[in-house]
Each structure stands twice: as structure tokens, then as C-alpha cells.
Ligand binder design. Structure first.
Ligand code: AMP
Ligand code: ZN
Length: 140
């Protein structure tokens, strides 16, 4: 728990939120600046910045809650789909340093773009570079 962390303060009830789900490990509430109706943040109750910092159990609980929430979120706003994503680290656009999964409902012809739109300049990687990257990930 971090006193200065806005999501820890929400978890502790010190700041208000429109909570839509809670269990022992996870809280979910509406984003205060929604990108779409139903835009929901799903957060571990424990303070962690990055996904890699969660224990296997915390990670399982977080994604189980996301899984459970997909249908009720979409049904509540009559969405046709959703983008689910994490800004994992400042380089990826993370502003609140308490890990959170964004669930952004999407609607046919809403003018939005797929998650591929997060990329900056798209690299043109040769086959051997792709092979090296795959091997490096596999070895880590
Ligand atoms: P990120 O860039 O992934 O760190 O996004 C942080 C998200 O938290 C943004 O979408 C904000 O609108 C949202 N947010 C910040 N403060 C609050 C708050 N007090 N209650 C609900 N959502 C918040
Ligand atoms: Zn926190």
C-alpha cells in the first residue's frame, strides 16, 4: 500500500470510485475519464507497478476477474466487443503507477482503432531478426 497512490487510496476507501466488482485480491471500478461507456479498470488490491511484479496467484486472480467482468461490462452498455490492455510501464503510457487492466468497450462503427494503433513507427524486421528475438525470449 502506498499513501500517495490514487488506486491504493481507492482500494482503501479513502477516495470514491464507481466500484463494479470486488473480491479478496481485486477491485474493479469505472475509469474517471472513460474512453467509452463502461470503460473499467481492474486492479490488484496490492500495490504493484508492473505485471511482472505480481505473484502467480495475484496474476491469476486479476485475470480471472477480467474474464468474469467481460460479459457484464459489455451487456451493461450494449457493446459489440472490447479492447483489453495494460499500459505496463511509463514507456508504454502508464500514468498511474499501480497496475491496472483497462477494459474499453467497443461499438461497431465507433471510429476507434484496434490495439495495433498503440505502436509508433512500425519496424520492418527481417526473418533472422525475428528468429533472434524469439530465441531471446525463449531463453529468458
Ligand atoms: P494509465 O495511463 O494506464 O496509467 O491510465 C490511468 C487511468 O486511470 C486513466 O484512464 C485515468 O482516467 C484513470 N484514473 C485516474 N484517476 C482515477 C480515479 N480517481 N478514478 C478512476 N479512474 C482514474
Ligand atoms: Zn497503489
Amino acid at each position: 500500500m502506498s499513501d500517495s497512490c490514487v488506486f491504493c487510496r481507492i482500494v482503501d476507501g479513502d477516495l470514491p470510485s464507481r466500484t463494479v466488482y470486488e473480491d479478496d485480491d481485486v477491485l474493479a471500478f469505472l475509469d474517471a475519464n472513460p474512453l467509452a461507456p463502461g470503460h473499467t479498470l481492474v486492479v490488484p488490491k496490492a500495490h504493484h507497478r508492473r505485471l511482472r511484479e505480481l505473484s502467480e496467484e495475484e496474476s491469476a486472480a486479476l485475470f480471472a476477474a477480467v474474464h468474469e467482468l467481460m460479459e457484464p461490462i459489455e451487456a451493461a452498455v450494449d457493446a459489440d466487443g472490447s479492447n483489453v490492455g495494460i499500459n505496463d510501464g511509463p514507456a508504454a503510457g502508464q500514468e498511474v503507477p499501480h497496475l491496472h487492466v483497462h477494459v474499453v468497450p467497443r461499438f461497431r462503427d465507433d471510429g476507434g482503432r484496434p490495439i495495433h494503433a498503440v505502436a509508433g513507427e512500425v519496424p520492418d524486421l527481417a526473418d533472422d531478426e525475428l528468429d533472434e528475438i524469439a530465441a531471446a525470449i525463449g531463453e529468458t
